[in-house]
Design a protein around this ligand. Structure first.
Ligand SMILES: [Zn+2]
Length: 398
């Protein structure tokens, strides 16, 4: 089998790409369906599909159910054609997803131990941890076609440079990762990868314009517009967390004051809960605070699951602030769906109602009526699954 589609020097490279991209979105086609999609003859499609079968990309999936006449064979992506590994890199761990060529999830592992540091040793440890997990899960590493890696912060997926972690002027992080993995690698901003995963999971019911808000420790956004990830000029689009919306005198991680993230993110929730407990408001976390122990975001999210009223009031405040920003985004983009994902979406029961009230209050009714607001479908798996599916899409469209 050819390593990559662009190894094909054949006459039909663009048709082959079109067919494989069609099969990414639908499980199977008859030769007649493909001839119609490509507006060409069945004999020509038959030759092209035959080449793709010979190269191992497509497989004959069997006969189609039919009530009349001969049942045609259905062709789709070959499940045996290899794997795509997606890695979502966080400060304190990795998530790894493996999908096969038709996009089925073969493996998902969350919370693989790892500590993100800004040096090459950290890159090497990350790659070793991934390979170790793949081996333990009996994934044949030789059959991995490519890897997708999500990093937080500014990432240019075209040049392969990251500007927030693993920064190097010598060569892009993508090239370094390719040396360690020995395969093609695509790098992506984490919120973009998550947005793509949710979009491909079908959360938007076939609609093609979605905004995905990654409400984690910080706040990011991925946009799928007209069915394509929207990057902007350098890949840095979606930095909604640093939208200067708030008049709260809070200094943001970026050094500026009043960024949306200072009121609508995990770090905002963390600050609000600590302030309230510090002011004597009762909470399940009070004892930990009094003992001088660190209260983590996970502690707060667990307290919310345990119905801690102080923590719930704080996430409601975050929901209201976020909803006001979502109202603005809906007015600008007129999207089909706004998806709320990231770590805070586990508390969707308390986050979503105030968010939706704020959207109703602050957005233009006519525009807002078009938009469905939903919590994430893939949850903590969105990033890694999105990264693996993007790796596949990049390979096919390289
Ligand atoms: Zn900021």
């Amino acid at each position: 089998m050819a390593s990559f589609l662009n190894d094909i020097n054949g006459r039909y490279a663009s048709e082959e790409r079109t067919i494989l991209n069609l099969c990414l979105k639908n499980p199977g086609y008859s030769l007649a369906d493909l001839a119609k999609e490509l507006d060409t003859s069945i004999p020509k499609i038959s030759r092209i599909v035959g080449e793709l079968v010979d190269m191992g990309y497509l497989a004959d999936l069997g006969k189609q159910e039919s009530t009349t006449g001969r049942r045609p064979s259905i062709y789709g992506l070959n499940p045996e054609a290899g794997y795509f590994v997606g890695i979502d890199v966080r400060q304190d761990g990795l998530s790894i997803a493996v999908t096969d060529f038709p996009g089925r999830i073969v493996l998902f592992e969350h919370d693989v131990p790892f500590r993100l540091q800004n040096n090459e040793e950290s890159v090497s440890k990350m790659c070793a941890a991934v390979k170790d997990r793949l081996r333990k899960a009996d994934i044949d590493i030789g059959k991995v076609r490519s890897y997708g890696v999500n990093l937080t912060g500014r990432v240019n997926h075209e040049t392969g440079y990251s500007y927030s972690y693993f920064i190097s002027e010598e060569k892009p992080i993508r090239n370094l990762l390719e040396e360690y993995f020995g395969k093609a690698v695509s790098v992506e901003n984490d919120s973009h990868g998550m947005a793509y995963g949710e979009y491909m999971s079908g959360i938007a019911d076939g609609a093609s314009n979605i905004l995905f808000l990654n409400v984690g420790w910080g706040l990011g956004m991925g946009m799928v517009l007209d069915g394509q990830l929207f990057y902007g000029k350098s890949g840095f689009s979606g930095e909604v967390g640093h939208f200067p919306l708030l008049n709260n005198q809070q200094i943001c991680r970026c050094g500026k004051i009043g960024c949306l993230e200072t009121g609508a993110s995990g770090l905002a929730l963390h600050r609000l809960v600590k302030e309230r407990i510090g002011n004597g408001q009762p909470s399940l976390l009070t004892d930990k605070h009094k003992a001088g122990e660190d209260i983590s975001l996970d502690d707060i999210l667990n307290a919310i699951q345990d119905e801690d009223v102080t923590a719930i009031e704080c996430i409601e405040e975050v929901g209201t602030t976020l909803g006001r920003a979502v109202a603005g985004l809906i007015n600008i983009f007129n999207p089909d769906s706004v998806i709320i994902g990231g770590r805070l979406s586990v508390a969707e029961r308390y986050l979503m109602p105030p968010l939706k009230i704020a959207v109703n209050k602050y957005s233009l009714n006519l525009v807002n009526n078009d938009t469905v607001i939903k919590a994430s479908r893939l949850g903590k798996a969105a990033g890694a699954i999105g990264a693996s599916l993007l790796a596949k899409s990049r390979m096919l469209n390289n």
